[in-house]
Structure formats: C-alpha cells, structure tokens
Design a protein around this ligand. Sequence first.
Ligand SMILES: [Zn+2]
Length: 245
Amino acid sequence: MHYITLPSELVGFTNHSSEIVKTVSNRKMYLLHGELKAGAADSLCPQCGGSMHIHDRCEVNLRHLCFGDKLSCLRFTKLRYYCPRCGHSHMQGVPFQAKGHRISCELLTFTRDLLAYGFTNKQVAYITGLGRNTVKDIDLERLKEKYTVDGERLIQPERQARFLGIDEFKLHDGHKYAVIIIDMETGHILWLAHGKKKASVYSFIEHVGKEWMEGVEAVACDMNSDFQEAFEDRCPHIQTVFDFV
Ligand SMILES: [Zn+2]
C-alpha cells in the first residue's frame, strides 16, 4: 500500500491515512481520510448569537486534485449544529469546498483552467475524473463570469464602437426572439436581450452609458423598425443605416 500525506493547503483538514481505491469507471483514486477542524464561527448561532450544540454528523466525499494519473477524494466528517435557543441549524463550513459542487476549490480552479486553455469538455472530464455534467456546469459558470455581469447581462464593451448592428433573431423554439447588438467593425456581440425591441435598445443604452453612445456614429437596422425609433429617441445624433441593397 502506498500512502501519501497531503502537504495541505486545505484549511482545517488533516489527512490521517490514505488508500488507493478504484472508481466506478475503473480509475485509480487516492481516498484521503482525514478530519476537518471546526472553526469558532461554526458553533455560533448566526440568528441569535447563542452557542450551538452538535446535532449529528455526516460523511463528506469531496473530489480533489489528481496526483499523476490517480484521482483523489477527501473523506471526512462534517458536523451539523443546532441552536437550542432559537431552533436554527446549519452544517459546519468547509472552507475549501467549491460553492455548489462536491469538489475542492483547487479542483475547480484546475478544471476552469483546463477549459480556459481550450480542452474540450470531454477531455476535461477525463483528466479530472469529473462527470460530464459537472464539467458542463463549471464551463457555463466560467463563461457567464467572463462575459456577463450578474450572470445575465454582457459586460461593458471593451472598446468604443462607431458602427452598431442590431437585429432580432428567432430562437430555436420559434416563439422566442432575441435582440442582438453587435460592433459592426469587430463582429463582437455587445448585447443580447430577450425583451421587446425598444426596451432592449433602451436597456443597452443605459448599460453602456450616454458618453459611450456619443462615440457611436451609425447603426444598421431594418427600415421602419422599432429599433430605429428607439435610437432616434435617445441618441438623435446617430445615423440610421438601412439594409444595404
Ligand atoms: Zn439561535
């Protein structure tokens, strides 16, 4: 049996013993048994400030980084606390667990880096030993953080656009429409909205700000569209350019 002891950056975790097991997909995995130290904040009731009691404990398995070709998994016990004064209960915090996933923060970082370097979801799933759905979720989170604010709206344009293009596209189900605003000189999408045409233009203008809009010289759109009206409303200096026929 080969043992490894983690030189751990995993705050509060002490690795007692390790064993090599096989996963369902027949990969070798270090099962790293250990203990998670409770912090002072864990037993303090966030509701009433009272002192909480340990109510029960449960086993946690958190996938962690790979060591060579072997996967790893941290196994420890987590405490559930109960406040006798107000009835509040919560689980002990795990500072190194990635939010929303049963993996360590380190494995999340590694996975996101692999995705950022252009590995496909399938390759990343193999390298990390994570399920395809988990990789897909992590990739989606990564893209949302990169390209949007609050997970919905696209981030501010990187450069001043002089010439915008705006159009409405039918989405796959045929009922929903999406308004897309692009920088005609770079092709980059600046805005994607699912609302009404005019409202989409107004929210875009609000998002980029008046000063930025002043740098825009022209916008290409369909003739007599709500888009034209909306731009004329808010930014009369912008020239409207219709279909190039
Ligand atoms: Zn309480």
